[in-house]
Design a protein around this ligand. Structure first.
Ligand code: 5GP
Ligand code: SF4
Ligand code: MG
Length: 465
């Protein structure tokens, strides 16, 4: 998901709408905005679909007045399969004795089922099926005397990955979980302040990037400025390495590093680790493009756009059901036949998950008359599900969970298939000595099975680590 908040500028909701539009790649199912205004109080709008179709009309935006606003774009992960209901669309809102508060959450709470059971037993009435709603109920039960205090107490009971943007009547609040799994950055906009999942959204509203919110940090922002503290037990950060590979936009900066440059460097590493004699390097658009550029630069094999993507389709990744996903590939991608005929083609893609995309693309490339097809993948084999906010299917459906690299190659019926090594990936994102096996610098659980937070709900449901 994507989260965004603004305080201290007039008509904050307009900036939030633009920010969410720049974060649309993080979630396309639905979006919501909550605002506060001294006269109008709290207001909200929650809608299915794209930000541009919901939060641009005057009739909607004039219902969202005030200098303080937060927003959320949603895609559903693990716990919440199937169709999103409007009641699951964030931000969530709660009334407390000291006033109202709204929160928007990116990530996944790994003990949400356990917390929900306990809260329901003690009288909480849940409105949604979302794991994020636990935070509101935990806040309601807290004896803290201010909303930030209650939020702090609530979040100490929550396990897993969370970046949160929240607001009271006067304050904008930002939090990252102790491992800082999901991103969150701070920006300055005139006299006001901005919180955003990614820096690309600061750029489009003309805000200045100030710094990242740190792992385990909580910032409370009001007219007087930004107050920072660290309410959780300090831990070494484990940022999601897959944000560098796929999830974030290539024009964003993560941990001081250009996402585009990391992806290009992945291609360079891949060309060194798994060279192959061929005529063309083609990206599977758009997610494979920077890595394909790096592969071409390092290998000297010409880069070509052998596949064209229809820009008006969503990301297949985001489509909630497998049936739609299966249809999606052909609706979305088409081969440039004249270019491919008779050629030995290297296809560069970001990841192989179920393998359905790769299989269809290979068929399309062979139909177009390619002489050979070689897959080069910009991440290690995805052998484990993510429980921290990225939608991966159950372990059984992951190709790499049951097959070796050679078995996957045979299954996909391609001439060769190579994945970047985990160390190669770490080098590409700026860790010159690769992965520190004793204390990894990132979360890489979907590749390594090394889960930095025990997924207690999933273990209870029979998941085996
Ligand atoms: P597959 O068809 O192998 O399941 O999907 C792999 C491709 O689709 C990748 O190129 C990636 O861009 C995208 N994708 C589709 N679904 C997912 C998913 O659930 N997780 C990840 N990591 N990538 C996905
Ligand atoms: Fe990111 Fe993978 Fe960790 Fe999920 S399991 S947070 S996708 S690195
Ligand atoms: Mg892709």
């Amino acid at each position: 998901c994507g989260i965004f908040g603004v305080v201290g500028v007039s008509d904050a909701a307009n900036f939030v709408a633009l920010g969410l539009h720049a974060l649309q790649h993080r979630g396309q199912e639905a979006g919501g905005i909550v605002t506060h205004d001294a006269e109008a109080g709290f207001n909200s709008a929650r809608r299915f679909g794209y930000v541009r179709d919901n939060f641009t009309s005057q009739s909607v935006m004039e219902t969202l007045p005030g200098p303080l606003a937060i927003g959320h774009v949603r895609y559903s992960t693990a716990g919440s399969k199937g169709q999103t209901a409007i009641r699951d669309v964030q931000p969530f809102f709660g009334e407390f004795s000291m006033g109202g508060a709204a929160i928007a959450h990116n990530g996944n709470i790994t003990n949400a089922n356990a917390l929900r059971r306990e809260l329901i037993e003690r009288g909480s009435i849940f409105q949604s099926s979302s794991d994020s709603e636990c935070i509101i109920h935990l806040m309601a039960r807290s004896m803290g005397r201010s909303i930030p205090d209650r939020m702090e107490e609530a979040l100490r009971k929550v396990e897993g990955a969370f970046s949160v943007v929240a607001m009271t009547r006067t304050k904008l609040i930002g939090v990252r979980d102790p491992l800082g799994v999901r991103p969150l950055v701070l920006g300055k906009l005139g006299d006001g302040w901005v919180l955003s999942s990614e820096t690309c959204a600061l750029d489009i509203i003309g805000a200045e990037f100030i710094r990242e919110i740190e792992a385990g940090e909580m910032v409370v922002i009001n007219d007087e400025g930004v107050q920072s503290h660290f309410p959780f037990r300090r831990a070494k950060s484990r940022f999601c390495i897959f944000e560098h590979v796929y999830f974030s936009r290539p024009d964003s900066i993560l941990g001081g590093r250009s996402v585009y440059e990391s992806r290009r460097q992945i291609g360079v590493e891949l060309a060194k680790e798994a060279p192959v004699d061929a005529d063309l390097v083609c990206p599977v658009p758009d997610s494979g493009t920077p890595a394909a550029i790096g592969f071409s630069q390092e290998s000297g094999i010409p880069f070509a756009l052998g596949i064209t993507r229809n820009q008006y389709m969503g990301r297949t990744f985001i489509e909630p059901t497998e049936q739609i996903r299966n249809m999606g590939v052909r609706l979305k991608l088409n081969v440039n036949r004249g270019l491919i005929r008779g050629k030995r083609v290297i296809l560069v893609d970001d990841s192989v998950v179920r393998g359905t995309t790769s299989r269809k693309i290979k068929e399309m490339i062979l139909d177009a008359g390619a002489a050979e097809v070689h897959f080069r993948i910009a991440s290690p084999p995805t052998a484990w599900p993510c429980f921290y906010g990225v939608d991966t299917p159950q372990r059984e459906k992951l190709l790499a969970a049951t097959m070796s690299e050679e078995e996957m190659r045979a299954h996909l019926e391609v001439d060769s298939l190579k994945f970047i090594s985990l160390d190669g990936l770490y080098r590409a994102v700026g860790q010159a000595n690769g992965r520190d096996a004793d204390s990894p610098q990132y979360c890489d659980a979907c590749f390594s099975g090394d889960y930095p937070v025990r997924p207690v709900d999933m273990l209870e449901q029979g998941f085996e680590m």
